[in-house]
Ligand binder design. Structure first.
Ligand code: PLP
Length: 386
């Protein structure tokens, strides 16, 4: 049985979500746009889920748009907010550590004639709100800064940035894909206008997500062909996926605080024991405030990919950098933006904990990390042994 420590890549289904999905797949097969009873049953599932997601975000249900996941939510937010009236000549502020879903949408805006500022971050991986203020121009229409980083877990100063955005009358989007379920995601106190979620990071299946769109925000749809989701996202709704997201949101509201505290104890013990047993290991996020489940460590003289493979063979799933870029030769753009050298970035491993992990698994993981690191270093022609 493999032990799974890659919850920032994706999460297994919780029992409650699994039960919800199978019930909806079996019983609620109607098209939510149909007026007959089967359609109404499906519509009821979608609207119940909308209420749960809205409650998790402290939003009005009418401010929730269901999508196919985090990537679509980010694209809809970034492209949809800038495109009305044409993107040419408009300016967007984002950061160098965003997920490719935001970076790719920004790259598309550049092709459409917009200008984008990619802000640097500190060595701990955090953006300075004053840099956001300094980047503002009369043509700025959107700021997009993620709530928590997927690789380091570093939490960004969203409240501080939202004050700056509001003062400048600029829309503010935050990618909350990693933060949801792990931080307080009250969009009122965060002060965001747009906020992205993804079901598969919340113990629900892949293929569903949501975008919070504050009332009054003008958003251009990405796809056409139906009046679904208040004409913001055409296409028959993914009823089981959406119901699962709603169920996950409901569960998180009940258990988030205690579960995050439990994971923090495990994560701290994982780090303490690795630091004690393995020389030459550093925490990439420094002293940044970060998600309680995430640990990004670099191991001097070790290729992260080699350690990932060694741990996989020993029965542990971890990741080097972001899962989306695993397999790619380039070192993580997030770690490079924090000032790590390409070699340091390539020597990094991300451990991300979740609901299924316990103390015994962490103990076994630490032992495997220590053994694998020692073996890989012994083989390394460059590592200097003490
Ligand atoms: N944003 C962040 C911060 C993520 O970590 C991810 C997934 O890894 C995404 C967006 C994309 O979400 P999805 O996989 O649902 O498209």
């Amino acid at each position: 049985m493999a032990y799974y420590f890659d919850h920032n890549a994706t999460t297994p289904l919780s029992d409650a979500v699994l039960a919800c999905v199978s019930r909806v797949l079996r019983e609620c097969y109607g098209n939510p746009s149909s007026i007959h009873a089967a359609g109404q049953a499906a519509r009821q599932e979608v609207e119940r889920a909308r209420s749960h997601v809205a409650a998790l975000l402290h939003a009005d249900p009418r401010e929730i748009v269901f999508t196919s996941g985090g990537t679509e939510s980010d694209n809809l937010a970034v492209l949809g907010a800038v495109r009305p009236g044409g993107a040419a000549g408009k300016h967007v502020i984002t950061t160098a550590i965003e997920h490719p879903a935001v970076l790719g949408a920004c790259a598309q805006l550049v092709r459409e004639g917009a200008e984008v500022t990619f802000l640097k971050v500190s060595g701990d991986g955090v953006v300075d709100p004053e840099d956001v203020r300094g980047a503002l121009r009369p043509s700025t229409v959107l700021i997009s800064v993620m709530h928590a980083n997927n690789e380091t877990g570093a939490i960004q100063p969203i409240e501080g940035i939202s004050v700056i955005a509001r003062d400048a009358s600029v829309l503010f989007h935050s990618d909350g894909v990693q933060a949801a379920g792990r931080l307080d995601t009250d969009v009122q106190s965060l002060g965001v206008d747009l906020y992205s979620l993804s079901a598969h990071k919340l113990n629900a299946p892949k293929g569903a997500g949501a975008l919070f769109v504050r009332k009054g925000v003008k958003l251009q749809a990405l796809q056409f062909g139906g009046r679904h989701e208040q004409e913001r996202r055409a296409g028959t709704e993914n009823v089981p996926g959406i119901a699962a997201l709603g169920c996950a949101a409901e569960q998180l509201q009940k258990h988030r605080t205690s579960e995050c505290a439990r994971q923090e104890v495990l994560r701290n013990s994982l780090e303490e024991r690795i630091f004690r047993l393995v020389p030459g290991v550093k925490l990439n996020s420094g002293s940044a405030r970060r998600l309680t489940n995430t640990s990004s460590l670099r191991f001097d003289g070790i290729e992260g990919e080699a350690l990932v493979i060694a741990l996989d063979l020993a029965g542990f799933a971890v990741s080097s950098g972001a899962a989306c870029s695993s397999g790619a030769v380039e070192p993580s753009h997030v770690l490079l933006a924090m000032g790590l050298t390409p070699a340091e970035a390539r020597s990094s491993i991300r451990f991300s904990l979740g609901q299924g992990n316990d103390e015994a698994q962490v103990d076994a993981l630490v032992d495997a990390v220590a053994a694998s690191a020692a073996r890989l270093r012994k083989l390394s022609p460059v590592y200097e042994h003490a």
